[in-house]
Design a protein around this ligand. Structure first.
Ligand SMILES: NC(=O)c1ccc[n+]([C@@H]2O[C@H](COP(=O)([O-])OP(=O)(O)OC[C@H]3O[C@@H](n4cnc5c(N)ncnc54)[C@H](OP(=O)(O)O)[C@@H]3O)[C@@H](O)[C@H]2O)c1
Length: 255
């Protein structure tokens, strides 16, 4: 049974559809759920399913957040600060991302830069902006995990350099996406080194190949299957996972 009772607040970026929305849904169906589920979307007015959840569940706070805009990020920090108060923020999940499918013959500079901006640069700057709230929470607990303070960056197996061989994962040579997730992995590892002394847990998480708009209809997992495993992994994170590349099934993945 999932127990989020000690994680008072959790923030998920890109929570209007796909895996982010399913995280909100499943958290709400957990009896021991966080008191504050902050679901961000760049266009909340169009996020009908999320708005419907928020309407029937007072724990859900829908906050506008375009992860590429400093103004939007700073406004979101102020709003979240007023939601979480002196408790700070226990768990930040950088989930929002894009995939512009292109290969060696079709990749463009623009696709590389745009993907980097959203998948790599944005999670770093969103994390930096929310650090005061994460530090506030970290200062009130001990050990490591979502009961205290955690940054979870949703990455992908496709970001693994070691697994990018003709034998391991010979398909999906998506240059922008793979490179952006590898770089996100490195950023997370650097955050893990920098934030360890403050007790802020940092991990990269692979949610599996999932049937969403991004994963497509051939994905191996449904959103329900992926997120029930992902939430159980997130729940069990401890210091031993700090700085690791964790899969939805709990396996530690190679960089
Ligand atoms: N699905 C898979 O098979 C798979 C596999 C490995 C890893 N992942 C990772 O899992 C995470 C979620 O993927 P998904 O399958 O749920 O993707 P998805 O269905 O395409 O959803 C992507 C989410 O990111 C949001 N987003 C994109 N750009 C944004 C921006 N600038 N600001 C704020 N939000 C933005 C989207 O919002 P809008 O609706 O406004 O565009 C949407 O909510 C991603 O990090 C992805 O790389 C997915």
């Amino acid at each position: 049974m999932l127990n989020f009772s000690k994680c008072h607040s959790i923030l998920i970026t890109g929570a209007n559809r796909g895996l982010g929305l399913e995280m909100v849904r499943q958290l709400l169906s957990t009896p021991e759920r966080p008191q504050k589920i902050i679901a961000t979307a760049r266009n909340p007015d169009a996020a009908e399913e999320l708005q419907a959840l928020a309407k029937s569940h007072p724990e859900v706070h829908v906050v506008t957040l375009d992860v590429t805009s400093d103004v939007s990020v700073n406004d979101a920090v102020q709003e979240v600060k007023s939601i979480v108060g002196a408790d700070g923020l226990n768990c930040l999940i950088n989930n929002a991302a894009i995939n512009i499918p292109c290969y060696l013959d079709t990749v463009t500079r623009d696709a590389m830069m745009k993907t980097y901006e959203i998948n790599t640069v944005a999670p770093l700057f969103v994390t930096k902006a929310f650090l005061p709230l994460l530090r506030e929470a970290a200062g009130q607990g001990s050990g490591m995990g979502i009961h205290r303070s955690a940054v979870i960056n949703v990455s992908s197996l496709l970001g693994s350099v070691e697994l990018n061989t003709a034998l391991q994962i010979p398909f999906f040579k998506l240059y922008p996406y793979r490179a952006s997730k590898s770089a996100l992995n490195m950023i997370t590892r650097s955050l893990a080194v920098d934030l360890e002394a403050e007790g802020i847990l940092c991990v990269v998480l692979h949610p599996g190949w999932v049937r969403t708009d991004m994963g497509g209809k051939n994905g191996e997992l449904s959103v329900e299957e992926s997120i029930s495993s992902v939430l159980s992994v997130i729940c069990g994170l401890t210091e031993k996972d700090h700085g690791e590349f964790v899969s939805y099934n709990g396996e530690i993945l190679p960089w």
